[in-house]
Design a protein around this ligand. Structure first.
Ligand code: ADP
Ligand code: ZN
Length: 628
């Protein structure tokens, strides 16, 4: 924990206060004489009065508001030696004082000693002070936990949440597979390096660039590479950091960020997840979010507030440009958009090359083969894949990564950690039939991707898995392909039902059914592949942007909605019937494959097809194999 001045002050202040009172107490009143040379002996009040009458009292010192006195008296029995005695008096007796004056006895009154009062005061204060101090201490501690209640204590400026890297050390060479985006951004590097070249001919340097693309495609990396290539500092913050509990905090963070950036210009400001702040104003259930809108306004003000030529370029990243406030996209703000997509096979190969640089690969490893096996992987997935493979290699105490580790790592990245296989049991048999059902239907449909392997080794949520080799060019998918996918996805449930009967079907098909419904619905509402005709009835699925999409969501009537549901149902039912038919007609080979699968845990695609081919004709599949 950082020991800030606040904590120090907090702890020293009460100590100082207490100390001050104690010190005051110690010096402001005369201490009542105690000790062995003083009045250790007591005398009764009656005796004192006797002594007074006998004229033996020399002096009286009154203490404690006149309730105690130290008396000096001569003792005739001891040759008139002076004795000091302590007397408890019955309250402050004014008569006593007049009597002393009468008798010309010297007396003195000492003001009441404050000790008791001081300790009372301290006693009263110490508890609240400790309590407040303790609470404050707790707050301070919990403020190190992000989102902890301590954030309430750290408004605005004192805790800037942006990061600054003077040198990112990332170069364009480290970013691979997104060549177009790189090319477009090359220009930004020139702006930063040689602004004169542009300003000389009257060109305005852009202020903002919006990088659009799914997570993990290298947007952050790209922004860092721009800073790295141009040799300028890199400021970064995530949009979600702006959105705070208190109104005004986000705006003050924006101000801070720009202030720091201006001091360090030329530089790059990178705002990740800008959609967290940049959503359309006034949208959202409950009439929008004041804090977010203030932050956004501040951001717009700051962007307008500096000249294009100060050398600050703001790069923002988002996956959802559609929800951004249009004010952000106006000229002079984020007027450039660069799309950063998941790489194609060539791109994947390039990314793999970048991340293989610092890894020890066995010569047998073919990066091309990995690139082929990983359609849809983003740059981050590929980086993660090679890292997992390296971890597995180290765990297996090998010197270099081999294809075996790569294969395992792919499975792990796609489907999660491997679990322990089930022992042979009825449920294992059912799972085996379910998986073989997927694989068999997939193999026998001409338009389905070929089986890569079937396995009963659990991974992540799944108890068993069937892997298909996806077609590389994911661009366009035909209706026949979609129907084949739906049928294949239903193959698992179909097998359960055909083999074990209605009563024995399991929850294992839940995920499959979800996929099926999604695909069928899109066929109807987006791709015009049903009897409803070539209509787009829904925009691309995604998280519903509450407040905007919600209101304008149904572009169609209830009647159409009912017809959509009917079409979706008819597609799913048609495919299910087909899957059941394939299972029934191939029962014999199915039983054999299930026995083999339970014995071996995994059957690879080639072997699977050979066995099926002994019983029935396996259609030839067209697989597009891209060149590398
Ligand atoms: P995003 O910002 O798009 O979510 P990141 O830039 O944070 O993605 O990517 C995370 C990591 O994935 C990077 O640090 C890098 O290791 C790797 N990576 C992602 N895309 C690429 C790419 N195109 N080339 C090389 N590495 C990449
Ligand atoms: Zn399944």
């Amino acid at each position: 924990m950082k020991l800030s001045w606040r904590v120090i002050l907090l702890w020293t202040l009460p100590i100082l206060v207490i100390g001050f009172f104690l010190w005051q107490g110690a010096f402001s009143t005369a201490p009542m004489p105690t000790g062995n040379n003083t009045a250790s002996t007591r005398m009764t009040y009656g005796r004192f009065l006797d002594y007074l009458n006998q004229g033996r009292i020399m002096s009286v010192d009154l203490y404690e508001g006149g309730r105690t006195a130290i008396v000096e008296a001569t003792d005739p029995e001891l040759d008139g030696r002076i004795q000091r005695l302590r007397v408890d008096l019955p309250g402050n007796a004014p008569e006593l004082i007049s009597r002393l004056r009468q008798d010309h006895i010297s007396f003195d009154v000492h003001p009441p000693r404050n000790d008791g009062a001081i300790w009372g005061l301290v006693g009263n204060l110490i508890f609240p002070i400790l309590l407040i101090g303790g609470l404050f201490f707790l707050f301070r501690r919990s403020s190190n936990v992000p989102g902890g209640p301590g954030q309430a204590m750290s408004f605005g400026k004192s805790r800037a949440r942006f990061m600054m890297e003077a040198k990112t050390g990332v170069m364009f060479d480290d970013v691979a597979g997104i060549e177009e985006a790189k090319e477009e951004l090359q220009e930004v590097v020139s702006f930063l390096k040689k602004p004169e070249r542009f300003t000389a001919v009257g060109a305005k340097i852009p202020k903002g660039v919006l990088l659009v693309g799914p997570p993990g495609t290298g947007k952050t990396l790209l922004a860092k590479a721009i800073a790295g290539e141009a040799g300028v500092p890199f400021f970064s913050i995530s949009g979600s950091e702006f959105v705070e509990m208190f109104v005004g905090v986000g705006a003050s963070r924006v101000r801070d960020l720009f202030k720091k950036a201006k001091e360090n210009a030329p530089c790059i400001i990178f705002i990740d997840e800008i959609d967290a702040v940049g959503r359309q104003r006034g949208a959202g259930i409950g009439g929008g979010n004041d804090e977010r809108e203030q932050t956004l306004n501040q951001l717009l003000t700051e962007m307008d507030g500096f000249e294009g030529n100060t050398g600050i370029i703001i790069i923002a990243a988002t996956n959802r440009p559609d929800v951004l406030d249009s004010a952000l996209l106006r000229p002079g703000r984020f007027d450039r958009q660069v799309t950063v997509d998941a790489p194609d096979i060539k791109g994947r190969l390039e990314v793999l090359k970048v991340h293989a640089r610092n890894k020890k690969l066995d010569p047998s490893v073919s990066l091309e083969a990995i690139a082929r096996r990983t359609p849809g992987f983003t740059g981050a997935d590929l980086a993660n894949l090679l890292n997992e493979a390296a971890i597995l290699t180290a765990r297996r105490r090998k010197d270099a990564i081999t294809m075996l580790e790569i294969d395992d790592a792919v499975d792990r990245v796609v489907a999660g950690m491997e679990g322990t296989p089930l022992v042979d049991s009825k449920s294992k048999r059912l799972i085996a039939y379910h998986e073989v059902g997927h694989a068999l239907v997939g193999t026998l449909l001409k338009d389905h991707d070929p089986v890569q392997k079937v396995t009963l080794i659990p991974r992540g949520q799944a108890q068993g898995l069937t892997w298909f080799t996806p077609n590389e060019e994911q661009g366009l998918i035909s209706r026949a392909q979609l129907l084949a996918r739906i049928t294949g996805a239903l193959g698992g449930r179909a097998a359960e039902q055909v083999i074990f009967g209605d009563a024995e079907v399991t929850t294992g098909a839940g995920g499959d059914l979800q996929q099926v419904t999604g695909m069928a619905r899109q066929m109807v509402t987006r791709f015009g592949m049903s009897d409803l005709g070539p209509l787009s009835l829904e925009s691309q699925q995604g998280e519903v942007f509450l407040g905007r999409d919600w209101m304008s969501r149904s572009d169609y009537s209830d009647e159409i909605a009912a017809r959509i549901d009917a079409q979706v149902r008819s597609i799913a039912e048609h495919c299910y019937d087909q899957a059941c038919k394939i299972i029934r007609e191939n029962r014999e080979v199915m039983d054999r494959l299930v026995d083999l699968l339970i014995e071996k845990e995994t059957i690879d695609g080639e072997e699977f097809r050979q066995i099926v081919a002994e019983y029935t004709a396996v259609p030839e599949k067209e697989q597009y194999v891209p060149k590398l």
